[in-house]
Design a protein around this ligand. Structure first.
Ligand code: PMP
Length: 390
């Protein structure tokens, strides 16, 4: 009964941020939330986004009518080209279809809902262990069972059931920051092919990870080249800094154009009952940038600025840890990619970092590199040194 509804625990990440905000210590550091910060620790509106936003506000033809159910057509087409590559044969063969979604979360949800209806409700979806904390609830919410596969060695994982769905992080794996090499992707594709699994790509960091949009899309394009039917969830939260605008896309690559048309019709039907129409503002910004070569080039510059600051912070953190003779090997800090680093710190050490040093991170030892800056990296390294030595 609604009167006895149990109290749910607060979301771990958002709870961490609330605790950070309430902390009055001057040197406090937030390494929890996965959002980019500049070197002053402030949110960063990409200059190209600012420019396009101003143009949108001043555009007399802009109104606030509903978008089509599947979203802005030019946004969808540009999203497809961005992830698959403009000259992808799958695009030419007219066997790709996409729906604009509520950022990456909405893409995961709509993909999950679609598969639960039209693929099978009986097969489980395999998630990497560990994975983004929201994956399991998203799939469980539509009635799909989730299981784990050991990340990232395909030889000793649990992919032992034909026909299952397997979720793959396209690049910049969250939370580990560890991506398969190209050879390892090939081995993963072999397993997926021989077990007849359905690849479900989650791509939340294209361009943000390496600064190179094509390199970050390599795995997806490789799978398409090998002829898999698959889906891809795209988020523009990180690579456009449009976190709150909820701009995303769900793309299906199918066997032929007939299948694409049928999938598209069902996506529209599902979308109608879920959200009616996707939100316009963020998608319009992305649309203008992706469809204009000059703005696109500016965006690439902005992406490089973010990814190189993060890379610099990886180098700085590792250097500081080594300089202070912190026990252990810290190469993984610079080998890992994307927003996060899996430090290897254990929950009791994390507790000390929080309580004694006012440094906020999740209990699994994941840190958001974007929370580091030239002014706090030494403090963070010294604090890690302390917890490792004690
Ligand atoms: N997938 C992964 C792996 C993520 O890390 C994120 C962002 N934390 C998302 C999806 C989706 O985020 P959003 O809904 O903000 O686009």
């Amino acid at each position: 009964s609604i009167r006895t509804v149990p109290l749910a625990p607060p979301d771990v990440i958002f709870n961490l941020t609330a605790k950070y905000k309430a902390d009055t210590f001057a040197q406090k550091v937030n390494l929890g939330v996965g959002a980019y910060r500049d070197d002053a620790g402030k949110p960063w509106v990409l200059p190209v986004v600012k420019k396009v936003e101003q143009a949108l506000v001043n555009d007399p033809s802009r109104d606030h009518e509903y978008l089509p159910i599947l979203g802005l057509p030019t946004f969808r087409e540009a999203s497809i080209r961005l992830i698959l590559g403009a000259d992808s044969p799958a695009i030419k063969e007219n066997r790709v279809t996409a729906a604009q979604t509520i950022s990456g979360t909405g893409a995961n949800h709509l993909g999950a809902l679609f598969l639960s209806r039209f693929y099978s409700k009986e097969v489980p979806i395999y998630l990497s262990n560990p994975t983004w904390a929201n994956h399991k609830p998203i799939f469980n919410n539509v009635g799909l069972e989730t299981r784990n596969y050991a990340y990232f060695n395909p030889k000793d994982n649990g992919l032992d059931i034909d026909g299952s769905i397997v979720l793959l992080h396209a690049c910049a794996h969250n939370p580990t920051g560890v991506d398969p090499t190209q050879d390892q992707w090939k081995a993963i594709a072999d397993v997926i092919e021989s077990k007849k699994l359905f690849p479900f790509f989650d791509c939340a960091y294209q361009g943000f990870a390496s600064g190179d949009l094509d390199r970050d899309a390599w795995a997806v394009r490789y799978f398409v080249e090998r002829g898999f039917e698959l889906l891809i969830c795209q988020s523009y939260a990180k690579n456009f800094g449009l976190y709150g605008q909820r701009a995303g896309c769900l793309t299906f690559v199918l066997k032929n154009s007939d299948a694409a048309a049928r999938v598209s019709s069902q996506l529209a039907k599902l979308q109608r009952s879920e959200i009616s129409n996707p939100p316009a503002h963020g998608a319009r910004i992305v649309d203008r940038v992706l469809n204009n070569p000059e703005l696109y080039a500016e965006w690439v510059e902005n992406l490089r600025e973010m990814s190189s600051r993060i890379k610099n912070m990886r180098d700085a953190l590792r250097d500081c840890l080594i300089k202070s003779n912190t026990p252990g090997n810290w190469d993984h800090i610079t080998n890992q990619i994307g927003m996060f680093s899996f430090t290897g710190l254990k929950a009791p050490q994390v507790a000390v970092l929080k309580e004694k040093f006012h440094i906020y991170l999740t209990d699994n030892g994941r840190i958001s590199m974007a929370g580091l800056s030239t002014s706090n990296v030494e403090y963070v390294a010294n604090s890690i040194n302390h917890v490792v030595n004690n």
